[in-house]
Design a protein around this ligand. Structure first.
Ligand SMILES: *Cc1c(COP(=O)(O)O)cnc(C)c1O
Length: 399
């Protein structure tokens, strides 16, 4: 089937619900940073399915873990245990334990939105009736379910689905006074991304996160950090909050944790996790043997290659190369979660389309900026190749 064999704008024949724009390309195969479409054309993937395939496509160790597990055991429900789940939970918990200095517990789910749902329910359970409000930031993105949409600080996305669940309050990002003013006795928690990914790759100021932590301590609130996009090495640390040296009470994760296999998790320090009682939360697919075998393989491989260090080093060299490209006026973000701000007059959507045509996959994260999130395993040659294509595309647009 060729990439354009059905036109998703002709809705009578498209089998998909029209929640996504018309796809530009149909990909058939991937390996490392490379992708091939159904016509055999090669691409460099500098987006990773939105910061998901951080170890590259079809990583051999992760693929082997999935295939081995698929022949052993997939699913037994949460009425019973399986060794893969116990191993993966221990690995996730020791990662978070190492970087927060706090002992915690893990709940596995299937997506970022579900990880945030678990965090929101846990915060309510911990705080008790009457203290259910969660404060989050304008420009944030926390998911597409009703509660995570309500937490998402983008009023335009709310509008068609009102009334949304109650108990969410939004404040300006990177503004400590705004959070302080929004706190009253009904507030249970503050929910923030260390770098607003979908919101344009806008990093939280380290001083802001530290001040929020202090405010949460002072007012008895939980700090929930949404690491769904930043987590697992992407920003140059295992978790984005480490850049600010703060210790959250709850951490949500997904995306890179499964390298493309659908899985998420919510970690909380032990005293907070203890608020959940059996029956309070769950999922048929919590901690399946198949998903957790993948999580273990991803974490092992990330340790082996020191993924955060790679993201830091490759991010530095990619940033330096991008800054030297005429037509690029700024690069923001950290590690390999970057936004490239284009010179006035350049339309990010048009540049994205031209890059795709030339075989480089990116994303127009705002009207004037491209988001780059290549695999943490990206090679120097691949960086050179992608930057050269960007330079030549921008030169064409400018002349
Ligand atoms: C992608 C994302 C989510 C939602 O994850 P899904 O797996 O799509 O539900 C939540 N928070 C952040 C920060 C994200 O980037």
């Amino acid at each position: 089937m060729s990439a354009h064999s059905f036109d998703t704008r002709g809705l009578t024949h498209c089998p998909f619900m029209p929640v996504f724009g018309p796809p530009q390309v149909m990909f058939a195969r991937g390996r490392g940073t490379e992708l091939w479409d159904t016509d055999g054309k090669r691409y460099l993937d500098f987006l990773c399915g939105l910061a998901v395939t951080s170890l590259g496509h079809c990583h051999p160790a992760v693929t082997a873990a999935l295939i081995d597990q698929a022949a052993q055991l997939w699913h037994v429900s949460n009425l019973f245990a399986n060794p893969q789940a116990a191993t993966a939970a221990t690995k996730v918990e020791s990662l978070l334990h190492d970087v927060t200095g706090r002992e915690g517990q893990v709940f596995f789910c299937n997506s970022g939105a579900e990880a945030n749902e678990a965090a929101l329910k846990l915060a309510r359970r911990w705080a008790g009736h009457g203290r259910h409000v969660v404060i989050s930031a304008y420009g944030s993105f926390h998911g597409r379910t009703l509660a995570t949409l309500a937490a998402t600080g983008q009023p335009a996305k709310h509008e068609p689905f009102q009334p949304l669940p109650a108990g969410f309050r939004h404040v300006a990002f990177n503004d400590i006074d705004a959070i302080s003013a929004a706190i009253d006795p009904t507030v249970a928690a503050v929910l923030l991304e260390p770098v607003q990914g979908e919101g344009g790759v806008i990093p939280a100021d380290p001083g802001y996160l530290r001040a929020v932590r202090a405010l949460c301590d002072e007012r008895g609130l939980l700090l929930i950090v949404d690491e769904v996009q930043c987590g697992f090495g992407r920003t140059g640390e295992w978790f984005g909050f480490q850049h600010a040296r703060v210790t959250p009470d709850i951490v949500t994760m997904a995306k890179a944790m499964g390298n493309g296999f659908p899985v998420g998790a919510c970690w909380a320090r032990r005293e907070v996790a203890a608020a959940f009682q059996p029956g309070d939360h769950g999922s048929t697919y919590s901690a399946t043997a198949l998903a957790t075998a993948v999580v273990s393989a991803v974490i092992d491989e990330m340790h082996r290659i020191d993924a955060p260090r790679l993201a830091h080093e490759k991010g530095r060299s990619l940033t330096a190369r991008l800054e030297a490209v005429p037509g690029v006026v700024g690069v923001r973000g950290s590690g390999l979660l970057l936004a490239v701000e284009l010179a006035p007059g350049l339309d990010a959507k048009a540049v994205y389309a031209a890059l795709l045509e030339r075989g480089v996959v990116t994303n127009a994260v705002t009207a004037s900026a491209l988001r780059l999130a290549p695999p943490l395993t990206v090679s120097d040659n691949e960086i050179d190749e992608a930057v050269a294509v960007l330079a030549s595309v921008l030169q064409e647009f400018r002349s």
